[in-house]
Design a binder for this molecule. Structure first.
Ligand code: SAM
Length: 206
């Protein structure tokens, strides 16, 4: 189980996370925001929400948007709660991706950014995402893609040196996981951010 190690790592990083990764966060989450196309009536769940930066990006434009973020790091969640404390319809919970504390068919949109490579049990996480999505809801996952050479190198190095890291997937492996979980892939792409980061994104329906 890497979950305890992830929690400890992000509890340690929380206070400096936004500053240390400011360019990466700004680029990936503004890309995700325009890819997802959230409508004002959507109820949105962000899995592994971190410091709540995606919520902040949406809420500065749609202050009444209904949003829920979950993460396993209390310290990351604390940053998220402080950042979004003036918005009435956003809430944050400590929960792992594989056991979501929500009723079935609750959300119009489920998103997850830059986190799938940490999940111990990707199949269980996808099953939970499917369960909490409304039948006409959509899932959008953005994560590192092992099709890029630098991501392959990072994958090898992190597996050796970072005890919190699980693995990143090729786009084919990622799509196979989505399909096996019963999702239909509606739209997908690979995208580069700067020299190092190669990511993939997919929108899937139930
Ligand atoms: C790289 S940060 C990404 C945060 C945010 N999504 C963003 O794009 O800024 C990864 C986050 O995933 C969370 N995380 C990792 N594994 C998790 C799991 N199994 N369940 C819930 N959150 C998890 C970590 O605590 C951390 O906050």
């Amino acid at each position: 189980m890497t979950e305890t190690k992830v929690r400890k790592q992000y509890d340690r990083l929380a206070a400096i996370y936004d500053q240390r990764w400011s360019n990466y966060i700004a680029n990936t989450l503004s890309f995700l925001k325009s890819w997802v196309q959230i409508s004002p009536s959507d109820v949105v769940l962000d899995i592994a929400c971190g410091t709540g930066e995606f919520e902040r990006l949406i809420l500065i434009e749609q202050p009444m948007q209904q949003m829920v973020g979950v993460d396993i790091s209390d310290k990351m969640l604390l940053m998220a709660k402080q950042k979004c404390c003036n918005y009435p319809n956003v809430s944050f919970y400590n929960a792992p991706a594989s056991v979501l504390p929500f009723a079935s068919n609750s959300f119009d949109v489920v998103i997850s950014a830059s986190s799938f490579h940490y999940f111990d049990e990707p199949d269980a996480a996808l099953a939970e995402m499917k369960r909490v999505l409304k039948p006409d809801g959509k899932l959008v996952i953005l994560d590192w893609c092992r099709d890029y050479l630098l991501c392959q190198i990072c994958d090898i190095i992190l597996k050796v040196f970072d005890p919190a890291y699980k693995q990143c997937y090729s786009q084919a492996e990622f799509h196979q996981l989505l399909t096996s979980a019963g999702f239909n892939i509606c739209r997908a792409n690979k995208v580069r951010f700067g020299l190092i980061w190669g990511l993939m994104v997919a929108t899937a329906s139930c």
